[in-house]
Design a protein around this ligand. Structure first.
Ligand code: ZN
Length: 480
């Protein structure tokens, strides 16, 4: 009897091994190899232009805080004087004073137009961080073939690269086959509500349905895929949703010398701990599935075996992805407290405590799922939980990686980056392009940079090579 059980066990094991190895060997498309072209058309003037752009402090301070309009006016004049041909030949519209849409009319009006986007505003540099910078943060210093300063990466490089390529092509008397809109927002770093939201509505009203909207987001990633020994260019094809939950607790306070066993702060604190104790369920969304698929052939045999047999190893893959915050955010809707307010005086127990939980929603889930998860996790009627509607954004539709616009960008990357793997990916942060997702079939997020540093942080900088690659990339795209 024991012999029979053992025999059956080993037979099943053998069959399982055969299935696993068979899947590993057959489920792997080899990585396509392309001949790359040399990056041409670079110019030193572009470096100087980016440096100048950085020196103009187009800062978005906060949602409700005013901007320094004189800096935004300076930026407008800088664009006009630096790109005279663009301003002479393209029609320009202004939205809310400082956001611009340029129209470059193509030869064939029957073709759907494309939209190239970038934003001109930057995040501030905290006073405390300024001394940690290697150069003054808005100096636009050029050192060792690198351009330094706030906005060098996010996102003035894209503004400059788009305008450099268009200015060059106009001077070469080039006319694109389809109409191209250049859209530059001035408040992406706060919400895009005065810029991108307004001009995207204009597109909607005019019934203009772009065949492609290309904005910042993905890049050529060397950091996160080091083990593959290959660059991986990730193109954002969807964005997580965004919702804030307002939590509040009201319990009569009193003198701090005679506290009750529980105060409003205590109850709210416990509620937050309960929310943070568990995550919403994990899921490998289709975009991530494709990323795993495309990078798989470059992985070791054991990783390939696991990734080729997700029917068996999905749990293992998920637990691996949960180990770093970046990959965890790709498989979970996240919830984190970002604001906590209570108390006015050290010897008064406050009667009210409030907190805001910021959540980024995975495609396939909704803000109501987030709300229900929080209410269930807290399980305490004294805590009021409400969804904010003002900033609410459900997860975006997904642009298919089979879409012709995706394929064109993929092809340009393959031609300009040696040995690259190109893949769609899920954007965990939000960009201005989200306002186009409702009505354009292809909204993609990609900048052709690979070695950028200090984004939103200290020593933000970009190399000349990356700037030139961006210009090359936009030139190619416009010509395709
Ligand atoms: Zn940005």
């Amino acid at each position: 009897m024991l012999k029979l059980i053992l025999k059956t066990f080993f037979s099943v094991l053998l069959i399982l091994m055969i299935v696993l190895v068979f899947n590993t060997l057959t489920n792997n498309k080899p990585i396509p190899v392309f001949k790359t072209e040399k990056i041409t058309g670079s110019s030193d003037s572009a470096v100087l232009h980016l440096s100048k752009a950085i020196q103009i402090k187009t800062i978005s301070f906060g949602d409700t805080l005013p901007i320094d309009t004189s800096e935004f006016k300076k930026f407008k004049h800088f664009l006009e004087s630096t790109y005279p041909t663009v301003h002479a030949k393209l029609a320009k519209q202004t939205f809310n004073e400082f956001s611009y849409v340029y129209k470059w009319v193509g030869k064939d009006s029957s073709l759907q137009p494309i939209v190239l986007m970038a934003h001109m505003d930057v995040v501030p540099v905290e006073a405390i961080a300024e001394s940690k910078w290697s150069v003054p943060s808005f100096s636009g210093a050029i050192k060792n073939d690198t351009i330094w300063g706030r906005g060098a990466v996010d996102d003035k490089v894209a503004v400059i690269a788009i305008l450099e390529s268009v200015e060059q092509l106009l001077k070469e008397n080039f006319t694109p086959s389809r109409t191209i809109y250049l859209c530059f927002g001035h408040d992406e770093e706060v919400s895009g509500k005065r810029g991108a939201k307004v001009f995207s509505n204009w597109f909607k009203e005019q019934n203009i349905k772009p065949a492609l909207v290309l904005d910042e987001g993905g890049q050529i990633d060397l950091q996160h895929f080091k083990r593959l020994n290959k660059p991986v260019a990730v193109i954002g094809t969807s964005e997580k949703g965004y919702v804030n939950l307002d939590l509040s607790v009201e319990i009569p306070g009193g003198h701090s010398s005679m506290p009750n066993p529980e105060t409003a702060i205590d109850v709210l604190n416990k509620a937050i701990l309960k929310i943070r104790a568990h995550q919403m369920p994990a899921a490998i969304v289709p975009t991530l599935h494709e990323l795993l698929n495309r990078t798989k052939p470059a992985e070791s045999f054991s990783k390939r075996l696991v990734l080729s047999n997700l029917w068996l190893f999905e749990g293992l893959v998920i637990s691996q992805l949960e180990k770093t915050k970046e990959t965890n955010a790709m498989i979970h809707t996240t919830l984190v407290p970002t604001i906590f307010k209570s108390g006015i005086k050290d010897n008064v127990i406050p009667s009210i405590a409030k907190a805001t939980i910021n959540s980024r929603i995975l495609p396939g889930e909704t803000s109501d799922d987030v709300l229900n998860f929080a209410i269930k996790a807290i399980n305490d009627e004294r805590v009021s939980v409400k969804k904010q509607t003002i900033s609410l954004m459900e997860p975006s539709p997904i642009t298919s990686f089979e879409h012709p616009s995706f394929k064109i960008i993929e092809k340009i990357i393959q031609k300009s980056v040696p040995d690259v793997i190109v893949s769609p990916y899920l954007m965990v942060g939000a960009t201005d392009s989200r306002y186009f997702r409702g009505f354009s079939d292809a909204v993609l997020n990609f900048s052709a940079v690979q070695d950028v540093k200090g984004f939103h942080g200290i020593d933000e900088r970009i190399g000349k090579t990356d700037l030139n690659r961006m210009i090359f990339f936009y030139r190619k795209l416009i010509k395709e």
